[in-house]
Design a protein around this ligand. Structure first.
Ligand code: NAD
Ligand code: TYD
Length: 354
C-alpha cells in the first residue's frame, strides 16, 4: 500500500511516545507511522502491544546516537515529518548522570536534524521537524505568573538544560538552514504506562506495596498536570496545523502543590483498595529535597487554544481516576518494569534520603 504520509516518531516506546503512536496509527490509516526507539529502561514495547500488528505501523530498534543508522533510515524512508520525543526524561537521573542527557537529548537531536537536512536538501517544502520539549526549559516561577511562549529560557537542572540546548539547536537549524520546524513545550504529563520513577506512578506503586512515600522538601512545590492522551492530541493538532517556526505551550490549566496531590491520591487509593481512611497517608515521609528543585511550573496554553482550538478533553478528576484504575489493573506491567535494574535505581536515588 502506498501511504499519503510517512511519519517518523522517535521514542515511541516510551510513555508519551506510545500514546502518540497509538493515536496516529488509529486516526490515520493512510499514514505510515514508523517508530524508532533504543528501548532504554523507559522504553517498553508492551506499551504498544495492541497496535503492534497494525498494517500502517513499523518499529525498528535504533539509538539516535547512531548517526549512520539514523541517516540511512531517514534517507531510505523519505519521511514527510519527524516527531522527536526520544530523550532521557527524568530530572533525578539527570542529577546522577548529566552526560547521558547531553548525549541523547543534545547530540541525538543534532543527529536527527543533520539526517533530515541531508535527506530533505532538494526540497524542504511539505516536510516538518517537530521537536517535543518541556516547560522546564523556562526555569522556576514564584507563586504567581505563567510561562508563555516568549518567556526567556532559564533551565536549572541537567535535564532541563539538555532540553533547552536541544530546542536551541532545532531553532538554529530553522534559521540557518531553512529547516521547517515546530516546537512544543508541555507541562507534567500523567497517565497509563508512565515509568514508576516519576511522582504519580511511583506513589501509586509504593501505596500499593505499603512502602514509604518520599516527599521531597516541604512538599509545597507546584506542577501543572496534563493527561497524556491530551498531550498526544495536542501534538496531533500541531503536527497538522501548527505554523512553521512557531512554539506552542501545552498545559492542563491544572496546578497542584505536591502535598495536595499526594493527599488526593492517598484518599482515592484508600477507597479503591478498600483500605481504611488515612491508611495510605500514613506512609507519607518527608525526605531530603532534590538539589536545585524548581519551585513552581505553570503554563499559559492560550496560544494553542486560540490558534488550533485545542484544550484538555478530560478533567483532572477523570484523568487521575483513569490512571489509578489503570495501574491497579496492570500490576503485571508494573512488576515487569520494576524487576531488575529498577531496584538498583531506587536504592541509589532514595538511599540516605529518609
Ligand atoms: P520516557 O522516558 O518515558 O520515554 C523516552 C523514550 O525515549 C523511551 O522509550 C526510551 O527508550 C527512548 N530513548 C531514550 N534514549 C534514546 C536514544 N538514545 N535513542 C532512541 N531512543 C531513546 O519519556 P516521556 O515522558 O515519554 O517523554 C517523551 C518526551 O516528551 C521527552 O522528549 C520529554 O523531554 C518530553 N516531555 C515529557 C514530559 C513528561 O511529563 N513526561 C513533559 C513535557 C515534555
Ligand atoms: P517528577 O514526577 O519527577 O517531575 P518533574 O520533577 O519533572 O516535575 O516530580 C514531580 C514533583 O514531585 C517534583 O516537585 C518533585 C516531586 N517528587 C517528590 O516529592 N518525591 C519523589 O519521589 C519524586 C519522584 C518527585
Amino acid at each position: 500500500m502506498s501511504y499519503t504520509k510517512r511519519i517518523l516518531v522517535t521514542g515511541g516506546a516510551g510513555f508519551i511516545g506510545s500514546h502518540l503512536v497509538r493515536l496516529l496509527v488509529q486516526s490515520y490509516p493512510d499514514y505510515l507511522i514508523f517508530n524508532i526507539d533504543k528501548l532504554t529502561y523507559a522504553g517498553n514495547l508492551e506499551n504498544l502491544k495492541d497496535i503492534e500488528s497494525a498494517p500502517n505501523y513499523r518499529f525498528e530498534r535504533i539509538d539516535i546516537l547512531d548517526a549512520d543508522a539514523v541517516n540511512q533510515l531517514v534517507h531510505h524512508m523519505d519521511f514527510h515529518a519527524i516527531v522527536h520525543l526520544a530523550a532521557e526524561s527524568h530530572v533525578d537521573r539527570s542529577i546522577h548522570d548529566p552526560l547521558a542527557f547531553v548525549h541523547t537529548n543534545v547530540l541525538g537531536t543534532i543527529n536527527l536534524l543533520n539526517a533530515a537536512r541531508d535527506a530533505w536538501k532538494e526540497d524542504m517544502s511539505n516536510r516538518l521537524f517537530y521537536h517535543i520539549s518541556t516547560d522546564e526549559v523556562y526555569g522556576s516561577l514564584g507563586s504567581t505568573g505563567l510561562f508563555t511562549e516568549s518567556t526567556a529560557y532559564d533551565p536549572r537542572s541537567p535535564y532541563s538544560s539538555s532540553k533547552a540546548a536541544s530546542d536551541h539547536f532545532v531553532r538554529a537549524w530553522h534559521h540557518t538552514y531553512g529547516m521547517p520546524v515546530v516546537i512544543s513545550n508541555c507541562s507534567n504529563n500523567y497517565g497509563p504506562n508512565q515509568f514508576p520513577e516519576k511522582l504519580i506512578p511511583l506513589f501509586i506503586h509504593n501505596i500499593r506495596h505499603r512502602k514509604p512515600l518520599p516527599v521531597y522538601g516541604d512538599g509545597q512545590y507546584t506542577r501543572d498536570w496534563l493527561y497524556v492522551v491530551d498531550h498526544a492530541k495536542a501534538i496531533d493538532a500541531i503536527l497538522h496545523r501548527g505554523r512553521i517556526g512557531e512554539t506552542y505551550n501545552i498545559g492542563g490549566f491544572n496546578e497542584w502543590k505536591n502535598m495536595d496531590l499526594i493527599q488526593l491520591m492517598c484518599r482515592l487509593l484508600d477507597e479503591k483498595l478498600g483500605r481504611p481512611e488515612g491508611d495510605s497517608a500514613s506512609l507519607i515521609t518527608y525526605v531530603t529535597d532534590r538539589p536545585g528543585h524548581d519551585r513552581r511550573y505553570a503554563i499559559d496554553a492560550s496560544k494553542i487554544n486560540s490558534e488550533l482550538g485545542w484544550s484538555p478533553s478530560v478533567t483532572f478528576e477523570q484523568g487521575l481516576s483513569l490512571t489509578l484504575d489503570w495501574y491497579l489493573n496492570h500490576q503485571d506491567w508494573l512488576d515487569n518494569v520494576t524487576s531488575g535494574a529498577y531496584q538498583h535505581y531506587y536504592d541509589i536515588q532514595y538511599k540516605n534520603r529518609f
